[in-house]
Design a binder for this molecule. Sequence first.
Ligand code: ASP
Length: 426
Amino acid sequence: MQQATIAQPRAGFWSRLALWKKILIGMALGMLAGAILGPDAQMLKPIGTLFINAIKMLIVPLVFCSLVVGVTSMQDTRKLGRIGLKSLVLYMGTTAVAISIGLAMGTVFMPGEGINMVAAEAAASAKEAPTLVQTLLDMVPKNPVSALAAGNILQIIVFALGLGIALNLSGEKAKPAVELFESLAEGMYKLTELVMKLAPYGVFGLMAWVSGKYGMEILLPLIKVIAVVYLGCIIHVVVFYSGLISTLGRLNPVRYLKGLVNPAAVAFTTTSSSGTLPATIKAAREEMGVSKGISSFVLPLGATINMDGTALYQGVCALFISQAFGIDLTFSDYLLIIMTSTLASIGTAGVPGAGLIMLSLVLTTVGLPMEGLAIIAGIDRILDMARTTVNVCGDMMVTVLVGKSENELDETVYNRSSTAAEAELA
Ligand code: ASP
């Protein structure tokens, strides 16, 4: 009896630790393992892949069910339109600011100075970027089942919105279907919770692999471009997002930053904002207190059309390439970059490396050489980690603001200190 009481606190230490702390520990240990093992850290990657697969498994059913429920819980179609419009304006506006920050950072810090592009050897993996019209046309699925099977989030959103509105209009007759979606969505939330328990281990495996693969030797010549992108990303989240949260939302920005830790860590290590969706939705509800209706509509939309980190990265990279090739950009080139990049972010999928493909679109628009992509491709994963994190933080910021403006943000949950939340969980 005595022994059991003594042994208990030790055994419970890890399980009592809040998830975000476990994730941070996983990240730090992963970096350490990567530094020690070097390329051999590759063997730890399967742990990360397991986590990524598990979280990917959730995306389609989670987004679909929760979006249908999000719409059916908003009987008022005008409200739906209003929320859609607000989200769109905020998403586009913040993206334009992000790329401006990227361009400003690129101008001030000149990351491309002294880089010899010719000597650099790395294969660009850029594919052809789709046109804007094509992107818009592709939003409507010809076959919703194949959209679900292919995991095309934008098409799934369009179909789920249509189905939700139709169920609302059908009234009493559609009630069983609505209830079915409600209970499926609940099940998916539970499954998300279970999968998130794997996050610390998955993050450990992914971090070990990344830091083992990119030793310092590869990073050093490009350290400036990496530093500029990271600094820009930090400014965008800590200054701009926090600023909007406190000025527009009249909310405590520290709570916003704290509540972000879980999804940000998942985004940083998986480099996919669509893949992070389950974690983002969970945090929006449980940490920020945003209603189910708002979070299940605004977040999936953001994961597909809002790419602030990607836009910021494109701004820095465009300047980096122009400086490295000694090509001067005019003021109208800057404007063109802002416009192209903001619109391109709608068509950028929230998957690893998508931003690099869209960068080719931005480069072509202002006539910058495609060869520049090659050098960026070599370090793209490292840049992707930062930009995906910003993409996810941006989705969350807009969701909190829209929730607040619609009176669908529970401020007692939002303002609850994490110690209180932990005590409750313990
Ligand atoms: N990986 C990013 C995301 O999922 C997209 C990108 O490559 O910029 O948000």
